[in-house]
Design a protein around this ligand. Structure first.
Ligand code: P5A
Length: 441
């Protein structure tokens, strides 16, 4: 992508309305624009990163045996009346009337809808488990939307749902997601710690929040330091293995959000030097709620003995749009964002130090073509900004590699490659630079 063809409205100054670094950097890097409180447009750079995150989430859901669907954003109120949650959800639910004066709502989550969909497809226990997910916008009329996309009103969520025949099978689905979450967040370069959590308006008595530690996090969390660097389950652990036993490496150690925190147990279970009290960002939340919705909505299936038994259910959420901000909270410095390779909007930022100088233009065009041909995403700064501005901008938007090409270097047969994360710089021949950048894609 040539910067002259792109849309990257970066800001030099820190916007006053931003309270946390990810919000500041997302606005300064031209990733999003607030349309009204808690509602954002996603501009090219932000949208690109969100798509990368979404794709990692999708691949790991598929790998865990969940199947993608797409449910609508707008739901009929009757559906929610049938579970009893229409009243319970209160002011967080955005209620709408259509032209026929029918009550509708902008969905905050989809437990009811999935229960109805599953009723349609599940006739006998042989049809179970049913494991579905979608990635769709949600609306919650939060009292205090804040911190940019971290706590928005409209936000993108991956929500998965499992229907099983009995409690044991439901636990197996739950722990599939548990392991899939560890793998998903790891691929984004995040250390997410599963913590015992309250289930709130979703319901049920088994629930884990996946939390990344950050000073700007909204909740206070408490855990055993051993969990911070626990390696995720190796790839040879498959989804038909006993994943509850695998997850025990995490669940047997103390980790709780503030609502579930038990100070006496924390002190008794964790030696002082391993006690972590910190703040955290909730990037995912999984729930087992048994028959809460199936009982209320009459969703049952014949078991092997021919007896009608209600669906055993769980639901599993990931805050896809929140993750964009969460990843920035975990990866930035004074100069700007530092994207992990796996979610970077482009891998290389190519800087032309003298646009209009024919030799430099030619060398840049050749790099641009060769990198693109090798499948490396490049953002080519072909604008006539001065060099200092280009460097600042490139550091701000945080692409993993910078390739800096100017007339002086060309004469001596050298270009500069800079690693954004480490700050390391390499002076290389054009061929060696190309080699380095294509081999690290
Ligand atoms: C699980 C999937 C649920 O809604 N129903 C379907 C269950 N869980 S949850 O914890 O309420 O939300 C799941 C994740 O969505 C993100 N999230 C938000 N992101 C941005 N702005 C918000 N206002 C917001 N609310 C929730 C979180 O990452 C949460 O873990």
């Amino acid at each position: 992508m040539r910067l002259t063809d792109y849309f990257l409205p970066t800001l030099r100054e820190n916007p006053k309305e931003a309270e946390i670094v990810s919000h500041t950097l997302m606005l300064r890097a031209g990733m999003v624009r607030q349309e009204t409180a808690g509602i954002y447009s996603w501009l090219p750079l932000g949208f690109n990163v969100m798509k990368k995150i979404e794709q990692i989430v999708r691949e790991e859901q598929n790998r865990a045996g969940f199947v993608e669907i797409l449910m609508p954003t707008i739901q009929p109120a009757d559906l929610w009346k049938s579970s009893g949650r229409y009243e319970d959800y209160g002011k967080e639910m955005l209620r709408i009337r259509d032209r026929h004066d029918r009550e509708m709502l902008y969905g905050p989550t989809n437990e009811e809808m999935i229960t109805e969909i599953s009723k349609m497809g599940v006739r006998s226990y042989r049809d179970l488990p049913t494991r579905l997910y979608h990635i769709q916008w949600k609306f919650r009329d939060e009292v205090r939307p804040r911190f940019g996309v971290m706590r928005g009103r409209e936000f993108l969520m991956k929500d998965a749902y499992s229907i099983d025949i009995d409690k044991e099978a439901a636990r197996r689905s739950y722990y599939r997601q548990f392991i899939a979450y560890l793998r998903t967040f790891e691929r984004m370069g995040l250390k997410a710690i599963p913590m015992a959590a309250d289930s709130g308006p979703i319901g049920g008595d088994m629930s884990h929040e996946f939390v990344i530690l950050a000073d700007t996090g909204e909740s206070a969390v408490f855990c055993d330091r051993d969990l911070v660097d626990m390696p995720v389950p190796a790839d040879d652990i498959g989804y038909d293995d006993d994943l509850e036993a695998v997850a025990a490496a995490w669940t047997s150690k103390y980790a709780a959000t503030d609502e579930k925190h038990d100070e006496a147990k924390f002190v008794a279970d964790v030696p002082e030097e391993r006690r972590v009290s910190a703040r955290g960002i909730e990037v995912g939340h999984i729930f087992y709620f048994g028959t809460k919705y199936s009982d209320a909505m009459g969703a049952s299936v014949q078991n092997a003995d021919g007896k009608a038994t209600p669906f055993e259910m769980g639901s599993y959420g990931i805050g896809v749009s929140r993750l964009v901000a969460g990843i920035i909270e975990a990866n930035h410095d004074e100069a700007g964002i530092i994207w992990p390779e796996s979610v970077a909007p482009f891998h290389v930022g190519l800087i032309n130090l003298k646009v209009g100088d024919s030799e430099t233009d030619e060398a840049c065009n050749a790099f641009y073509q060769n990198l693109e041909n090798a499948g490396v995403d490049v953002l080519y700064d072909d604008t006539d900004e001065r060099a200092g501005g280009k460097f600042k901008n490139m550091d701000l938007i945080g692409l993993p590699w910078q390739l800096i090409v100017g007339p002086r270097g060309i004469k001596s047969g050298e270009v500069e490659v800079k690693n954004r994360a480490s700050g390391e710089r390499f002076n290389l021949s054009p061929d060696a630079a190309l080699n380095m950048l294509t081999s690290r894609k």
